[in-house]
Structures are given as structure tokens and as C-alpha cells.
Design a protein around this ligand. Sequence first.
Ligand code: TYD
Ligand code: MG
Length: 448
Amino acid sequence: MAKSRVKYICTECGFDTIKWVGKCPQCENWNTFAEEIIEEVKNKRAVEKSTSEIIPLSRQPDEDETRLETMISEFDRVLGGGIVAGSVILLGGDPGIGKSTLIMQAAAKLTTKCLYVTGEESIRQINLRAKRLKLESESLHLLAETNVDAILRHVKKFNPETVIIDSIQTMFHPGLDNAPGTVTQIRESTSHIMQFAKQNGIAFVLIGHVTKEGFIAGPKVLEHMVDTVLQFEGEKSHSYRILRAQKNRFGSTNEIGIFEMRDSGLAEVKNPSEIFLSEREGEISGSVITATIEGTRPVLLEVQALVTSSNYGNPQRVSTGFDTKRLSILLAVLEKRAGLHLSAQNVFLNIAGGIRILEPAVDLAICASIASSLLNKIASTKTIVIGEVGLGGEVRSVGNIEKRIQEAEKLGFENIYLPQNNMKNLVRKNHLSLIPVRNISDAIEELY
Ligand code: TYD
Ligand code: MG
């Protein structure tokens, strides 16, 4: 009945082919193909047993989706209000970043039955962690098992509301010969879990490790299968961690949750601006404060630049927390449109606190911090700089300007440099002095 054959699967994107190739035609990575044995079982009965039916859209289910709240508001908010019954969530992140800790703290707060399946650590280790985190829960249960079939049998009998699988890379389905952690095994195990979750209305949280490229290890295909993909990130050397939704079938992907790793586990950060600005050195060149929007919340951050002359060969451009390509573009704009000579300078850029910024509204602050370091001029510590910078050196308007201004006002800032075009929509009057800027050279002149 079962027929097996060999397939080659890209470990980055999951693309499969029957012939070995050096470069993946889908994700264009080199040498990413792994040989896998595929067992094909002709399952005629599955088709005959199918009970699907066509229903009109107008026939809607009476009940709303039920959500299980963990009461860790940073976690629930990212999920869009809690864990949806029957959904499958993938929680990805670097090894050691705190995934097990986060999920354990959240699981212990659930009031409904939850099963924590560990394939990485022993029950003893999990118990020790729970003790360290001072977690007490009547509803949380543990199981050490890596066989997906056995796990699902346990789940069927035990009937919990939520199941945590730590981690999906250690799981295997006994129907396949491949080793745990291979693309086929991860995909197969996940697809069994998905089916089971939907049929039984039980929510699953799968923990997955991330490779150095930043993908959930091996199969990016997992991301397409599951309902929600959460990414837990942060610099290991910093204590701040950010939870982001990369995909969410049940909520927005804009929200982030901010945590701090302490001895007693992860603590929610409710006022990120205060924390990110708390270690600021005062009046120092290269330091500029900006207001970004993370999800729906404004967050004030410090941008730091250090510009030094490069004596040998190619100048270095290093950035932490900001896209290096974008940095190169901004450097070119500064050179061409503001007349700053940067081509023979090393530029080091850092977003303080270990946070990563993706929105272009920080462009002007980055330019201002580079100019500050180059010219050795100091921006006032009571100043906030906001704006996107275009290739022509123009400062473009940004969204949510009112929220950014309010946050700056709340934290005692006095001046805000903002795009001229944002001025016309401002209705609220505030005590801050708003300084509109049209282009980058004006902004630098005004600032320094
Ligand atoms: P862990 O949750 O095991 O990471 P992951 O599951 O993502 O691999 O967390 C590992 C790190 O967190 C470890 O280096 C120690 C640190 N940690 C704390 O600082 N405080 C704590 O209370 C706990 C439980 C862990
Ligand atoms: Mg872990």
C-alpha cells in the first residue's frame, strides 16, 4: 500500500522537487535542499468518509469566536484579545530568548485546562522553572512526549482547552521514517495537529526555533499553515523582548507586546517610552529622540549615531535595530541634499534599548543624529524629531502625528520638529512648540 520515493525540499521555504537543484527557484537561496523520503499512502477511505457540505454565507453561526484570555495583557493584545478556540499559533524566536518562559507564564494564568507538552526539557526542568517563576496553577498539566500520535491520543482523553507544544522541531509522526526536525516531519506533525485542532475546537500553541536568517527553522511553509505566527524577539544582551504578530487570522498584525526579562521571569512593560529613555546620557552629540508608533501605541526612542573618519579603505556602516540598506540611502541623501561629507566616514547607528524600528517616520531622527555626530553639535534633550525623508531630501508627512505629539508632551518634551505637511491636519492645540520642516537641510540648520 505505502509507496515511498525521494523528494528534495528547500529548508528555507519548503519548495519541493523530485530532482536535486543547487539554487532554490522559489526563494533563490543556494544549497538549501535536503533529501527526504516521502511515503505515500493511498487513502481512499478518507475521501469516501468526507462529510463536508456547502452552506450559504447568510447562515452564520450564532456564537462569536470564544477567546481564552491569559490576563497578560501584552500577550493577549498581540493575539487580538486572547487565544481563539481551535486556532493554531506558532510562536517563533531565537533559542534562549524566552519562549518557554513566556508561554509558561501565560499558560499558568489560564483558568481553563491546559496541557504543556515538552519535547526539549524534562518534567523536572519544567517544574523547576515554574518554581523559579513562582507559578501556581491548578489547571496546567505537563506531559513529556514527542510522538504526535501519542500526544493527540492524550489530548483526546484529557480534553484540555489549550495545548502547548514545546517545540515543534522535536516532534515526529510515527507514520514517517524521517528524523524529527526535518521539513517533512515538521510539516506532517503540524498538519495532523491543525486537523485535530479544527475538529475538536482545541487551541494549540507551537513553539518553533528560528534560524540565523530569521525564519522559523526549516519550513517557512509552517507559516502558511497555521492561523497565527508570533515572533518573540530582542537582543540577547538586552533585557527587553518584543512580541510581534507576523500573521494573524483573528486580529491585527500591528500590535506588539513589550516585556522585560527579569530574574523572576518576563514582566510586562506598560510604559515603554519611559523605559527606553531611562538610560539616556543627557547632552551628548549623536543622540536624538524620536516618536515611533509600535502597533497602536506611540513609543519614544533614542537614536544614537557615531561618525568617525575612516582612515583605511572602505568606511564602515553598521546599524543595530535599523535596516542597513535604508541607512545607506539616508547617508546618500545627507551627502547629496544636505551637503554633509560622509563618504569617508564610518557610521555606526544604534537604536537604544535593543528595539528594532521598521517605520520610515524615524528617518529624520536618524539623519539628525548622524549630522549631530558629524558636526559635533548637540540637539536639546527636550527635542523630538519626526519625519520620513525622501530621496529628494524632502521631509514627508507621517501617520498618527497627534499620538506621537501627545506622548512627547506626556513625557515632558518641549520642541517637536515635524513635517510641514503634518501641520495642516493638526487640530489639537498643545503647549509644545511645533517646528515644521520642509526638507532635510532646513531641518539640520534649524536643529544645530
Ligand atoms: P527560555 O524560556 O528557556 O528560552 P527559549 O524557550 O526561547 O529557548 O529562557 C531562556 C533564558 O531566559 C535563559 O537564558 C535564562 C533566562 N531567564 C531569566 O532571565 N529569568 C527567568 O526567570 C527565566 C525562567 C529565564
Ligand atoms: Mg524553550
